[in-house]
Design a binder for this molecule. Sequence first.
Ligand SMILES: [Cu+2]
Length: 285
Amino acid sequence: MAISRIAQGGVVALGSALWGWSTGAYAEYELNMPQGVTSISKDVYDLHMLIFWICVAIGIGVFGVMFWSIYHHRKSRGAVAAQFHESTVIEIIWTIIPMAILIAMAVPATGTLVRMADARDAELTIKVTGYQWRWQYDYLDQGVSFFSTLSTPQAQIRNTASKGEHYLLEVDNPLVVPVGKKVRILTTAADVIHSWWVPDLGWKKDAIPGFINEAWTQIDKPGIYRGQCAELCGRDHGFMPVVVKAVSPEEFEQWLVQMKAQANPQTAQNKPVSLSATVPGGQTL
Ligand SMILES: [Cu+2]
């Protein structure tokens, strides 16, 4: 009796825990990968779905034939196994069919990879350098450079304060890019290997000391997109998020002017810049 009560209590507790799990922390839980906000991320998503449905069709075909054969040629029906060896026809068929499927998959995959690698005609180049444990962004042709560091308060990390909406996915200075423009992103690192990753852009790129890797993006929708370092890089690997703020080209130009003025106050045309502000607006994103 007592045991069954304990069991009942356990089931209720487990049920409410699962309910909390499904409605709380996993409110945004999705099974599929995100479609992202760039043409490349949509290409990647479409490619992923195409390959997925090809695999589903192959799975249904192979398992369908297998289960049908097992059922219709079962021993109780008096089935007798065919005895043959070294059938050239069968070997040709089971080589050609998978080869044709692989080629059919490689054609769209190669097209997407080529488009991802083609950083020509970019209107802006930003060098991203990974450090233990923050990112540095250099706008190479603009003379603008700054560090982007985690801004989640220590109290949240140490569980003495409740966690904010963007816990561990917020920084002091985000990477600001204009929408509708092709932006070339060069990744490298100053100490160990990091990896710059924003899921909504559809790719991640390793940041390796002594190497420059190239990628590009063109965000079409203004917004704030968040990611993380995706290469285990030491103690604070989980504490160096990436935040990209995509703004209109006009807003981007204004931001650049402010950043340049801050870097070089003597040549600034506009009002004096507050020394206490590290970034225009100074807000945490
Ligand atoms: Cu890292």
